[in-house]
Design a binder for this molecule. Structure first.
Ligand SMILES: [Zn+2]
Length: 141
């Protein structure tokens, strides 16, 4: 079995709607995303001969993930989140507020990113998303 990995970091703000604790307030993290791709055997012909996958392609996809999250505020797409987004944009229309389909916990973000990367054609095996140096979530399907 061969496993290759690559990683990026991005700065994102969020808050956890309905959470009982300090994470209910808007705050930021420097997220660290590690992406792993595993294959039993290396490609035997063509462009990817002798490789698990193309690091150049992986980097391109990870830059797209970074662009989706970096220096943005993630707000859960619920009634509260939509009202907050409207209020913020009323004051600053160009503020980078993004409605996120679920509560933007590290677990939900890991799953979202895993599927986002798969949707971009990268056959990712596992993602690990660090919210702090000590706290991370590993997601695979
Ligand atoms: Zn947080």
């Amino acid at each position: 079995m061969f496993t290759i990995k690559n990683e990026i970091q991005f700065d994102t703000a969020h808050y956890l709607s309905g959470y009982l604790g300090k994470c209910a307030n808007i705050h930021g993290h420097r997220y660290r995303l590690i992406v792993k791709i595993a294959r039993e055997e290396l490609h035997t012909d063509g462009h990817l001969r002798g490789m698990v996958d193309d690091f150049s392609h992986i980097k391109t996809v990870l830059r797209e993930v970074e662009a989706e999250f970096d220096h943005k505020l993630l707000v859960e797409d619920n009634d509260e989140g939509r009202r907050l987004t409207e209020a913020l944009r009323a004051v600053k229309p160009d503020l980078a507020v993004c409605l996120f389909p679920t509560r933007p916990t590290v677990e939900e973000m890991s799953r979202y990113i895993f599927r986002l990367i798969r949707g971009k054609g990268l056959d990712v095996t596992e993602v690990e998303l660090f919210e702090t140096p000590a706290n991370s979530c590993i997601y695979s399907e």
